[in-house]
Write a protein that binds this ligand. Structure first.
Ligand code: NDP
Length: 285
């Protein structure tokens, strides 16, 4: 029976460590890192994610500002607010909660965030730097996944990794981070033939699809580390669940992340890490 990688517990520990770090930064530089979060509209899921981010900032001692804008705000007004935050020397991180209302061009908005304040790691120059192996802000979900794998004491080098999903925010960047850690990486997607056979080759299996239990126990190689990124609503129980049939897969895996309480909390915790990184990069410049 595999071990659960408790993302909530790990997050608590990391946030405790970061809180100490922030105190030391305050003593050294006379201010704490600061994060501006822009929320457009009243999407309940986005409101809940943003609440989690603001709460985590408070726990770590990071100064946070929540800027709410109505759903019908113009793109120009949103861009002007980003510009204001880019120019505010006391703001270290700028985050625009996605998705945005349809009339706003998300790409244009992400492009507008100053590279050195891009705490989500979504800016195209950040993405380019990640793929070129240059210093960059790593996107939060993949960064959290790597921390969780490291936490198991699992040596990624030379292992087979399979990432199911090829989105820009999870699938592609986690594949790159695993590659950087010297895994041999396969990216699977909706057109992959015989997904089960591909997954069974994985020493590290990352599921980032968004479909309940697409990964069943028979798709898991015995002893594999299984990371479940998916967040789905079980239509029968109304409960949150991941992409992996966790209870059954746990019988086969060596380590597995739960949903909820796995990758989700770690994503928010890595946002705090990125805010501290951006603060340091800016202040020592
Ligand atoms: P996207 O919808 O952008 O991407 C989903 C990927 O899954 C696509 O690449 C798609 O392939 C692939 N896919 C769809 N169906 C299949 C299939 N039958 N077999 C194999 N692959 C398939 O999702 P995201 O990457 O944004 O998110 C994935 C999940 O992770 C969601 O549930 C999301 O809520 C969750 N998530 C959780 C986070 C957290 O912090 N816990 C953070 C971000 C996301 P194709 O490209 O061919 O269409």
């Amino acid at each position: 029976m595999g071990n659960i990688i408790d993302g909530k517990q790990l997050s608590l520990r990391l946030k405790g460590e970061m809180a100490e770090e922030v105190k030391a930064l305050d003593a050294k530089y006379g201010r704490v890192p600061s994060l501006a979060v822009i929320l457009v509209g009243e999407n309940p899921a986005s409101q809940s994610y943003v609440r989690g981010k603001i709460k985590a900032a408070g726990e770590v001692g990071i100064k946070s500002d929540l800027i709410t804008m109505p759903a019908d705000i113009s793109e120009e007004a949103l861009l002007a607010e980003i510009e204001r935050l880019n120019n505010d020397n006391l703001v270290d991180g700028v985050l625009v909660q996605l998705p945005l209302p349809k009339h706003i061009d998300e790409e244009r908005v992400i492009d507008a965030i100053a590279l050195e304040k891009d705490v989500d790691g979504f800016h195209p120059d950040n993405v380019a730097n990640l793929w070129l192996g240059k210093p960059c802000v790593e996107p939060c979900t993949p960064k959290g996944i790597m921390q969780m794998i490291a936490e198991c004491g699992f040596d990624v080098a030379g292992k087979r990794a399979v990432v199911v999903g090829r989105s820009n925010i999870v699938g592609k960047p986690i594949a790159k981070l695993l590659l950087d850690a010297n895994a041999t990486v396969t990216i699977a997607h909706s057109r992959t033939a015989d997904l089960g056979a591909v997954c069974r080759e994985a020493d590290i299996l990352v599921a980032a699809v968004g479909r309940k239990h697409i990964i069943t126990a028979d798709m898991v190689k015995p002893g594999a580390v299984v990371i479940d990124v998916g967040v789905n609503r079980d239509t029968e129980t109304g409960m949150l669940c991941g992409d992996v049939d966790t209870a059954a897969a746990q019988e086969v895996a060596s380590y597995i992340t739960p949903v909820p309480g796995g990758v989700g909390p770690m994503t928010i915790t890595m946002l705090m890490k990125n805010t501290i990184e951006c603060f340091l990069n800016r202040i020592v410049k």
